[in-house]
Design a protein around this ligand. Structure first.
Ligand code: ATP
Ligand code: MG
Length: 193
């Protein structure tokens, strides 16, 4: 435990170990092992047309990308996250999508994301505002990146639906390394049953 830094801790377990430097952070839905294997099966299918599959351990759904965050703001974000009361929900992932600009092939929703997901995002964005941060502008596309460096979209967009029962959301640190990003799960908070 690094108690020499006098950051407010609130109820967040990681805050005492937060060092004063900035970290690249994002809030995400983090699949359990079983779902991860299911998603990896779809990434194998999607990668038939080429590209580099996202590592099994890296599969996730980003809720809010925060960029570089200093220690004081990390503590504030943890406190805000711990105070969120949001009901559980299920995300139905049932179609492939493709972004030409980033050459990413992803798995997403053919219909609007569930209300619970939209509510959770709104609560997270409220927390960002309270911590003096500005959420990323623009529309939100709920998605799990499956394959990178893909040159064209998939022939078949519809896939057998993956239903993801979401019981928690997480704060994740991203280390951008030459071989690709490595993520550390810093903490997770439960949704209400
Ligand atoms: P790399 O950048 O090394 O290719 P990565 O994109 O997975 O890997 P990060 O850039 O740290 O790693 O991004 C972490 C997560 O946040 C990913 O899901 C990424 O798609 C998402 N993300 C990154 N930048 C933004 C952004 N500007 N707006 C929205 N989401 C973003
Ligand atoms: Mg990136």
């Amino acid at each position: 435990m690094h108690r020499q830094w006098n950051w407010p801790c609130y109820s967040c377990g990681i805050c005492w170990s937060v060092r004063p430097e900035s970290r690249r952070l994002f809030f995400a839905l983090w699949p359990d092992a079983q779902l991860r294997v299911r998603l990896a099966g779809l990434s194998a299918l999607a990668a038939r047309a080429g590209g580099r599959r996202v590592d099994l351990a890296n599969l996730h759904l980003t809720l809010a990308f925060l960029g570089s965050v200093d220690a004081a703001r990390q503590a504030c974000l943890c406190a805000q996250a711990a105070a969120i009361r949001c009901p559980r929900f299920t995300v139905r992932l049932d179609r492939f999508g493709y972004w030409r600009s980033s050459r990413v092939l992803w798995l997403g929703c053919s219909s609007d994301p569930p209300l619970g997901l939209q509510t959770l995002r709104a609560r997270i964005n409220d927390g960002l505002h309270r911590c003096g941060m500005v959420p990323e502008p623009g529309p939100f596309e709920a998605h799990v990146s499956l394959v990178r460096k893909v040159d064209r979209g998939p022939r078949e967009r519809t896939v057998e639906a993956v239903n993801w029962p979401v019981e928690r959301f997480c704060l994740v640190q991203s280390h951008t390394l030459p071989g690709g990003a490595v993520y550390d799960l810093l903490d997770c908070w439960p949704l209400t049953p």
